[in-house]
Design a protein around this ligand. Structure first.
Ligand code: SF4
Ligand code: SF4
Length: 291
């Protein structure tokens, strides 16, 4: 695989660079899993001694949140790299075959939906148990801990703010951190490929109307933390598998209603504070998401 990756790097065109980004994103994910293993509080079932209440992570289904549309697309891309022979790499059409062909893995669902568990977890002392400590059990642990943190916050406004912060930071780390927009001289990959934007335009989709969005700072930082902008991926990227859906994010699914999620997804160019104002208004007293 490493040899193939080196050859793909040498192609040095937008699509080959994108494949490298995908490969590196999945590798970063593996490193993060190893890091989480060092601090996990999950108790292996074979070592369980406590009489305290337990949650069996193996009975929880996290597949729609872990194996999201995007994750499955990215894995399909890397599977294609593995399947195709290295002699194909320099032939025309290689990146197209990698990016747009091959089968995505189906997800199988078994157990109680993770978001349903998160809605009722409250802030109790519960031991999390699992047969194995792996990506799935660690992901469930992380989300359940978030839910406990949210339930420990008394005010609805503060809860919603914390949910917003956690999700926004996750999206920023994933989307911006993996640099899928691949800016060069202020023009993103979509603008360079002339999809949707005239070649003269700069600053990606922060180019709002005739000028760049006033909330964009010189260093490329957005000052308003707008969730819709963070969730957005343009058609150029979605065609290549990049995209976030609010219903695939456990905290949004568990604690926000469909109406709140819809508002978050569609309210562009606004400040976090004003978005949260409306989200708070929609919040139900018991803070449970009813679709
Ligand atoms: S999401 Fe926006 S900035 Fe990123 S590549 Fe697409 S148009 Fe460009
Ligand atoms: S509000 Fe949206 S369009 Fe404006 S700078 Fe922030 S991310 Fe870009």
């Amino acid at each position: 695989m490493e040899e193939k990756i080196e050859l793909i790097k040498k192609l040095n065109v937008d699509d080959s660079n994108f494949i490298i980004r995908v490969y590196e994103a999945l590798q970063k994910n593996q490193i993060a899993i190893e890091e989480k293993k060092k601090t996990t509080t999950i108790v292996l079932k074979k070592n369980l001694k406590t009489k305290e209440p337990t949650i069996d992570l193996d009975k929880i289904d996290a597949s729609p949140y872990l194996y999201t549309n995007m994750r499955r697309s990215l894995e399909r891309i890397i599977k294609q790299v593995k399947i195709l022979d290295k002699s194909e790499i320099e032939k025309p059409g290689y990146t197209q075959k990698v990016l747009f062909e091959g089968e995505e893995q189906e997800i199988t669902r078994e157990g109680t939906d993770l978001a349903e568990v998160m809605k009722v977890i409250q802030n109790q002392k519960i031991t999390l148990i699992a047969e194995e400590i792996n990506e799935e059990s660690l992901f469930k642990e992380e989300q359940i801990k978030y839910a406990e943190e949210i339930f420990a916050i008394k005010s609805i406004e503060e809860r919603n703010k914390r949910i917003y912060e956690i999700v926004y930071e996750y999206l920023k780390k994933d989307f911006v951190g993996n640099d899928y927009c691949d800016f060069k001289d202020d023009r993103c990959v979509s603008q360079r490929n002339n999809e949707r934007y005239p070649k003269s335009k700069k600053n990606g989709c922060c180019f709002n109307g005739l000028t760049k969005c006033g909330k964009l700072r010189e260093n490329g930082e957005c000052v308003v933390k707008c969730m819709a902008c963070r969730l957005y991926a343009c058609p150029y990227l979605t065609k290549r598998g990049i995209g976030y859906w609010a219903y695939e994010i456990p905290l949004l699914k568990a604690f926000f209603s469909k109406k709140q999620r819809g508002y978050l997804v569609n309210t562009f160019f606004k400040k976090e504070e004003s978005i949260l104002k409306r989200v708070n208004r929609y919040s139900r007293k018991n803070h449970i998401n009813i679709n």
